[in-house]
Design a protein around this ligand. Structure first.
Ligand code: PNS
Length: 163
């Protein structure tokens, strides 16, 4: 079986992520979307919430499974017997860091990275930008799955009430 891993923070998953994951699912027999649980960034959603949102958003695909990992992505790939990581490239600004990670992951464990160019509709899109715009009241409903939009709106309202 040909399998690939799509790793990320997914805080929260956007339509840009889904574009890459769904296109990977057309190429591989199985795609594991792997949520990094211990990457050093402050999170709006817990790893369980991020996985729930991904499961909801990918439920219609028969060959996408959602999991999480803590530690090196190459160790996760090794445990699952996966040799390929699929990543989206939005712009040249993504390339420097992604190249470093791809070369490190190949050097560490022989894991290959396949870069997929993002659909131009989403080349400006990131989870961070979605959170920032939504925090200040901007409409991001067309940039994330409906379920994510609902959770995002609710979480930001909770945060405002706590402030
Ligand atoms: O969505 P992000 O934040 O761009 O995802 C980055 C992620 C989680 C894919 C990357 O930071 C990662 O693979 N972290 C796991 C730790 C690891 O293996 N680091 C070395 C990479 S060379």
């Amino acid at each position: 079986m040909r399998r690939a891993v799509c790793p990320g923070s997914f805080d929260p998953v956007t339509l840009g992520h889904l574009d890459i994951v769904s296109r990977a699912s057309a190429i591989y027999d199985e795609v594991i979307v792997a949520v990094g649980v211990n990457v050093s960034k402050s999170r709006l959603f817990s790893d369980v919430e991020r996985q729930d949102m991904l499961r909801e958003a990918t439920a219609s695909y028969g060959n996408i499974v959602v999991d999480s990992f803590d530690g090196l992505i190459v160790d996760f790939c090794h445990e699952r017997g996966v040799q390929v990581i699929v990543k989206g490239l939005r712009a040249i600004s993504d390339f420097d860091y992604e190249l470093q990670m791809a070369q490190m992951n190949h050097g560490l464990a022989g894991v290959e990275t396949l870069f997929m160019t993002t659909n131009p509709l989403y080349s400006f899109l990131s989870s961070s930008l979605v959170k920032e715009v939504a925090t200040y009241g901007g409409d991001v409903g067309h940039l994330v799955p409906e379920g994510v939009h609902k959770r995002l709106t609710a979480r930001l309202a909770e945060r405002r009430a706590q402030a």
